[in-house]
Design a protein around this ligand. Structure first.
Ligand code: BTN
Length: 263
């Protein structure tokens, strides 16, 4: 079996900031938790935490994140928040662009972005992204993502059947997690450098090209209501702009696109 370790990942890593320090855990509660405890100890921007297994992986909106040992990439990165803290949606968008590009380049699979944080292949989720900020003195944000790399169809619990997929299922062969992790970290660094230089607008063209919902009629589940309309695009902070059926445009910062209703 391929060795998934700090040494093997670093061996072919072409980044300058992200992954200068890499921790690979055999088993942990959540890589985001580890990232926060390292960030509180002033570990540097760009520190990467990976785990072979998570016992309490979490997703957006209090959901749990399903994964199986040795078959996924479960990763969190500590980034600097002084440029990004008010723009977590934009960071999520940037990471979804980076991961979609990495999937396309590594596998030639048609990866698309489903706002705000999913990477999908043929309408099924292959990756989820969770950006977190906390009121700490150190001023970091943590961006966590889970990618289904080598899961088989019967690995998924019944409630995810037909909704989730893996790279292996889509390209009918095992994918090297080491090489794919290196590619993902490189693409995330390129995107992060754009954002740091204030050139986040360069992401928008890429997002448009990779969006699975742009121009489509979608249903969005919000905290206390469900709205429907045409997805017009995203604004400079990464919020979704929806033209409601009434003709009014609405800016949506947090919500979930209903899978059953689009893509
Ligand atoms: C979502 O789609 O709701 C986001 C899922 C994010 C899952 C990843 S797995 C690595 C990192 N650690 C966690 O506990 N969550 C993120």
């Amino acid at each position: 079996m391929e060795e998934f370790s700090e040494d093997t990942i670093k061996a072919g890593l072409e980044t300058q900031i992200i992954g200068q320090k890499i921790y690979v855990y055999n088993k942990t509660s959540s890589t985001n938790d580890i990232a926060w405890s390292l960030a509180e100890k002033h570990n540097a921007e760009g520190t990467v935490i990976l785990a072979e297994e998570q016992t309490k992986g979490r997703g957006r909106l209090g959901r749990t994140w399903f994964s199986l040992p040795q078959k996924c990439i479960l990763c969190s990165i500590i980034l600097k928040s002084n440029i990004l803290s008010e723009r977590l949606n934009l960071l999520t968008i940037g990471v979804s662009v980076a991961i979609s590009k990495a999937v396309r380049e590594a596998t030639s699979l048609p990866a698309y972005i489903k706002w705000p944080n999913d990477v999908v292949i043929k309408g099924k989720k292959v990756c989820g992204i969770l950006a977190e900020k906390r009121r700490t003195k150190t001023g970091f944000v943590v961006i966590g993502f889970g990618i289904n790399v080598n899961l088989d169809e019967d690995d998924f619990p019944r409630d995810l059947c037909g909704k989730a997929t893996s790279l292996k299922m889509e390209c009918a062969k095992k994918v090297s997690r080491v090489e794919f992790a290196q590619k993902v970290l490189l693409e995330i660094e390129k995107m992060y450098l754009y954002l740091r230089k204030g050139e986040g607008n360069l992401l928008f063209d890429e997002w448009k090209e990779m969006s699975s919902i742009l121009g489509k009629q979608v249903r969005v589940i919000l905290q206390n209501e469900v709205v429907e309309g045409q997805a017009l695009g995203i604004d400079p902070d990464g919020a979704l702009i929806l033209r409601l059926d009434s003709g009014i445009s609405r800016r949506i910062t947090e919500g979930t696109i209903d899978y059953a209703f689009c893509c």
